[in-house]
Design a protein around this ligand. Structure first.
Ligand code: UDP
Length: 240
């Protein structure tokens, strides 16, 4: 029997040690949470869908010049990844206004931005993941200025790629969250994208009707979460 060690358990995934010291196994749970854990449910089948959808995006991103931690899918629930030291920053790219930017700045939902807006949030549940800027990140040592520039350009490159893919699938990419890290085993490792890209971490709307097909279905009680995620997978021709 393979012995694996749990490295970390988050709200929607578990990270285990991988077969080598430079790899990890990312396990997708069926748990769904919102509001920093205030809303919680189990959506049977969600983990499997997100595993496949994230594989689809990560493989495409690799080809589009956005290096990332994905190595291969192991089974319906798990993928083999590069074990990374993750910067404590969530990067959100927004093309259309929704969610916290509307609440914070009073912007009307659906406003389309003339260019993508990049925001950084500190990953800290106790502080409710506050919005931070480049000066905070560099001053407090969460990432160097050079690393942050690299992260910014990877996030924007990812946005271009994801906009193309989603648009072709009749989905509007409203916004998405990504995280970044470096390979623990390589001292001069390049910055790579980690975590997942799925309807848990992106806002996808039907391009014609603006119907929400992402975690907002759960946040706002709009209907079947699984049906929305399945619709995204089917439009992207992701088979699970
Ligand atoms: N997001 C995420 N994890 C977080 C916070 C946000 O995946 O901890 C995603 C969210 O699903 C959306 C985007 O990032 O696609 C922007 O989220 P926003 O800042 O609008 O916050 P929310 O409205 O979700 O509180």
């Amino acid at each position: 029997m393979e012995s694996r060690k749990k490295i970390y358990e988050g709200k929607a995934k578990i990270l285990y040690s991988g077969p080598t010291s430079e790899t990890a196994i990312q396990y997708f749970k069926d748990d769904i949470t919102a509001g920093n854990g205030e809303q919680h449910a189990i959506i049977e089948g969600k983990g499997t869908l997100n595993n496949h959808i994230s594989e689809f995006f990560m493989v495409g991103l690799s080809g589009a010049g956005v290096p990332n931690h994905f190595k291969k899918r192991i089974n319906n629930r798990e993928q083999l990844t590069v074990k990374c030291k993750v910067f404590p920053i969530e990067v959100i790219v927004r093309n259309v206004a929704s969610g916290s930017i509307c609440r914070r700045l009073g912007i009307e939902e659906k406003a389309t931005f003339s260019q993508p807006i990049v925001e950084y949030y500190l990953k800290n549940d106790d502080l409710n993941d506050p919005l931070v800027n480049e000066n905070h990140i560099v001053e407090f040592g969460w990432a160097s200025s050079a690393t942050l520039n690299k992260i910014n350009s990877l996030a924007l490159r990812a946005n271009s790629f994801l906009l193309g893919v989603t648009n072709a699938a009749d989905l509007r990419l409203v916004d998405f969250k990504t995280e970044y890290g470096v390979n623990v085993g390589a001292s001069d490792s390049e910055v790579m994208m980690v975590d997942e890209i799925s309807p848990d971490t992106c806002r996808f709307w039907d391009i014609h009707t603006d119907e929400k097909l992402d975690k907002d279905v759960f946040r706002e009680g709009l209907g079947s979460v699984l049906a929305a995620y399945q619709e995204v997978a089917s439009r992207l021709a992701v088979v699970s």
